[in-house]
Write a protein that binds this ligand. Structure first.
Ligand code: CP3
Length: 346
């Protein structure tokens, strides 16, 4: 486990502001790093890479070595859980993930919960390996996808759609959608608990597709399943802090923060600090939210924005991050410069 005193990241998640402010970046591992691309070339395919504890552990550690981030995020993918449930998941070059569509109740029950959780064992081994190699002041973040975001891939077969098919299930196939979300809550809870047991110091729930939902569906598809997942994780005895990332929650961010028992909340690119400060209780750490496109641009505009974000959350528990993941074309010196500015401000 990381040391809760020397880890700035854990200190902030426990509600105490830190100086300097801890920093990590979503998708800090991966395609913008030449050392990742080299390693990735050794794997048969992306799933094979994720299920190889030695390669996944190495990819997790690469951004810590290069940038000295305060937290490492487990290298895996939120779609592994669908693979473990027995659905066909593929990652196509240039296309992204393609998932076999769920169409009936039997599709949800191809693997019993214990079997699905067991199939993800290589991930727990990755966690153990990384924790064994990390310094005490560096935290390791485990993660899963939130039920709605994962369900969306299982219903639509891919991400980046307008989500209308999945949303239409909320009106016309409510029972099947509810069964899918409940199933994902149960498997994800055990998956997160196993990551915590293996040594994850904190957990993140990625709700990458919260955007565009009417408020009643935001409540039933995002808030309730996220809250149920955290309750279940706690019932399983997990005590480590949890960060929620309801990307695209917009004006409903406050509703999420008040009803989902998170210790930290990931803010996306579109939320203004003024809104976040009002909407999120100050007992919850805020994490955000430099535009990943500005990170590609770099220069004075980027530096000014980094400083603005640091000042905006002055006095509050704050973890510096991006509003979404690092993009493949991001220049390494820009990431280095952001880390430098964040550290200088101590
Ligand atoms: O540094 C890290 O963030 C750790 C690893 C990580 C990956 N995926 C590796 C990955 C994490 C935390 C994820 C989560 C994930 N996966 C999310 C939630 C976060 C977010 O970005 O909103 C989502 C929506 C996915 C699903 C997914 N996986 C998509 C849409 C894609 C294709 C698009 C893309 O960005 O490549 C992936 C593939 C993927 N996951 C890659 C990596 C490094 C690229 C695959 C490769 O290297 O060939």
């Amino acid at each position: 486990m990381a040391d809760p005193v020397s880890s700035r990241f854990l200190k902030v998640l426990n509600g105490t502001p830190s100086s300097p402010i801890p920093i990590w970046m979503m998708r800090q591992a991966g395609r913008h790093l030449p050392e990742y691309l080299e390693l990735r070339g050794q794997a048969k395919d992306f799933l094979d890479f994720c299920y190889s504890p030695s390669m996944a552990a190495e990819a997790t550690l690469q951004p810590i070595r290069r940038y000295d981030m305060d937290a490492a995020i487990l290298f895996a993918d939120l779609l592994l859980i669908l693979d473990a449930m027995g659905l066909d998941v593929r990652f196509e070059k240039g296309v992204g993930p393609i998932v076999e569509n769920v169409d009936k109740e039997a599709d949800l029950n191809r693997a019993p919960v214990e079997m699905a959780v067991q199939r993800l064992s290589p991930v727990y081994e990755t966690v153990e390996r990384v924790r064994g190699d990390l310094a005490d002041d560096k935290a390791l973040i485990g993660f899963c996808g939130a039920p709605w975001t994962v369900a969306l891939y299982a219903i639509e077969g891919r991400g980046g759609t307008d989500k209308s098919s999945a949303r239409s299930w909320a009106y016309s196939r409510q029972d099947l959608l509810k069964a899918l979300l409940d199933r994902l809550v149960e498997i994800s809870a055990h998956y997160l608990a196993a990551q915590a047991k293996a040594g994850a110091d904190a957990l993140t729930i990625f709700e990458s597709w919260a955007e565009g939902l009417p408020s009643d569906l935001f409540q039933t598809l995002v808030v309730e399943p996220n809250a149920a997942l955290i309750n279940r994780v706690r019932e399983l005895g997990v005590t480590v802090p949890i960060i929620g990332f309801p990307r695209g929650a917009a004006t409903m961010i406050g509703s999420y923060a008040q009803q989902v028992a998170v210790n930290g909340i990931g803010l996306d690119t579109a939320i203004s600090p003024a809104h976040a400060i009002k909407a999120v209780p100050d007992t919850i750490a805020v994490q955000g939210h430099l535009d990943p496109v500005l990170l590609i641009e770099g220069g004075t505009a980027m530096e000014t924005r980094v400083r603005e974000l640091l000042s905006a959350y002055d006095g509050r528990p704050h973890i510096f991050n991006l509003g979404h993941g690092v993009r493949p074309e991001t220049p390494i010196p820009h990431v280095e410069r952001v880390v430098e500015i964040v550290r200088e401000r101590a």
